[in-house]
Design a protein around this ligand. Structure first.
Ligand SMILES: [Fe+2]
Ligand SMILES: [Fe+2]
Length: 289
């Protein structure tokens, strides 16, 4: 039974179309070194909804601007051109998977989780002095994209996964393995490969629950892993009923030991400090969500 479902699931992923032309346009625009902030501003201002999303993002407490950011141009300066490129791409993906006929409330929660995760990932990259090439940021934004794929194309199965989590307070991974035979990180990585994303992004998405298995980009994957669990610990899971992980549980876990053994400089005090800083930042202003 599960085997049949698995086959159907793989076929479903393979049939997902490529991203719309707009994303190619964004990428070309931003890959061009001559593209000025003015050009990007014009591009963003063409779409009111997009402009609003960019403005909201720039007003996050993670940027610590003294006064409110109220112009698109200022927002792009605050966020940074590289990050704006990733954000525009993520917003295109968000639109690509429309919510019509789906659970809009859950979808909103999902994107909130992803946006906060992207802020935290950048925060962690600075904290651990990791020289990122923006793949950290886009990986954080789309790390759970596999969940959306299932919700979008196999909505009934997705509801069974969600029910299973709600009834058993388990994790997505456990529920997905049991019900679908594949997890969201496998599904997400497969789609991103089809969409020709850079190998580093595919690997970071694939390993966001087990970065110590990443042979090539373990530091980046560890940052995504930590950003994801800190997002949940700060109170922003994809689904409220998901099994919780406390700081104390994590610091004593096998995962923590494996991360340390992989050479990543993490300890209990740092984790505690990070969660405290992040929770404080998030409590100062919620308007960016
Ligand atoms: Fe995940
Ligand atoms: Fe996540």
């Amino acid at each position: 039974m599960l085997e049949l479902k698995l086959e159907a699931l793989i076929l479903t992923i393979e049939q997902i179309p490529t991203l719309p032309d707009i994303s190619t346009e964004i990428l070309a625009l931003l890959d061009d070194e001559d593209t000025s902030i003015g050009t990007i501003t014009q591009f963003v201002e063409r779409d009111q909804a997009l402009a609003l999303q960019i403005l909201k993002y720039a007003n996050s407490p993670f940027f610590g601007t003294i006064s409110a950011v109220s112009s698109v141009k200022h927002a792009i300066v605050v966020i940074g051109l590289g990050e704006v490129k990733s954000l525009l791409l993520a917003f295109t993906i968000q639109q690509f998977f429309s919510t019509s006929g789906k659970d809009e409330k859950n979808r909103k929660k999902f994107w909130k989780h992803s946006l906060i995760c992207s802020h935290i990932a950048n925060y962690l990259a600075r904290f651990f002095q990791y020289k990122s090439d923006n793949t950290i940021f886009i990986s954080a934004l789309i790390h759970d994209i596999g969940k959306i794929v299932v919700d979008q194309y196999l909505h009934e199965e997705f509801s069974v996964v969600v029910d299973h989590i709600e009834n058993n307070h388990t994790t997505f991974n456990e529920a997905e393995k049991k019900i679908l035979g594949l997890t969201h990180f496998q599904i997400g990585a497969k789609l991103l490969k089809q969409w020709n994303f850079p190998p580093q992004v595919i690997s970071q998405v694939y390993h966001h629950h087990a970065p110590w298995l990443d042979k090539n980009y373990s530091k980046g994957s560890t940052i995504i892993y930590l950003a994801n669990i800190l997002t949940k610990m700060a109170g922003y899971p994809c689904l409220q009923a998901e099994k919780e992980l406390s700081l104390a549980q994590f610091t004593k876990s096998k995962a923590m030991r494996l991360i340390k053994e992989s050479g990543f400089e993490l300890d209990e005090a740092k984790m505690e400090q990070l969660l405290k800083n992040i929770t404080e930042l998030l409590s100062t202003n919620q308007d960016f969500l």
